[in-house]
Design a binder for this molecule. Sequence first.
Ligand SMILES: Cc1cn([C@H]2C[C@H](O)[C@@H](COP(=O)(O)OP(=O)(O)O[C@H]3O[C@H](C)C(=O)[C@H](O)[C@H]3O)O2)c(=O)[nH]c1=O
Length: 183
Amino acid sequence: MVLHPTPLAGLTLIETSPISDERGRFVRVFCESELEALRPGLHFPQINLSTTYQRGSVRGMHFQHPPAAEAKLIRCVRGRVFDVAVDLRAGSSTFLQWFGVELAEEAPLQFFIPEGFAHGFQALTDDAQLLYLHTASWSRAHEGGLRYDDPRLAIDWPLTVSQVSERDRIAAPLDQDFPGIHP
Ligand SMILES: Cc1cn([C@H]2C[C@H](O)[C@@H](COP(=O)(O)OP(=O)(O)O[C@H]3O[C@H](C)C(=O)[C@H](O)[C@H]3O)O2)c(=O)[nH]c1=O
């Protein structure tokens, strides 16, 4: 696994090494020792899988407040998505900046999103499936969200947004004095 930094400190692309043969493909998604340099003793108590039926749908932007702040390792396991992380860390030099990357079933890239980032994605194909490894368990009481179309973020989604959940549809715009979070 090869680590590729992004312009947002800690937000990291992980290049995996898929192996193909006449039967198909094999890829190692996570290896604690290989990711020691990313974070020693990386542990994922919860793993989720989402399927998004419609091309253009957006899920996000979601995060969990401390003490349930979570890092996520994300892999697209079917189709293609445009995956986005937004820096919400209080005091960060890249506060409220976003970074997006295309993840695809056929491609080697995975995405490591540290605590303190909001995460969301747009399905670029129908039936896009995403595997999430979480460093903290889900806590409804600590859920936070930003608008996927918040003008202060100005996320440049590749496609016209075709569908969002009710939760994401009614998410509040960022307050002007939003201080960020201390993950
Ligand atoms: C995350 C989660 C959700 N849920 C329940 C809550 C809802 O009743 C239902 C769907 O949750 P939500 O609408 O938050 O799912 P998404 O909109 O796909 O959000 C997810 O995708 C975005 C892009 C993320 O980064 C988050 O990890 C995650 O929130 O599953 C659970 O039961 N367990 C869980 O761990």
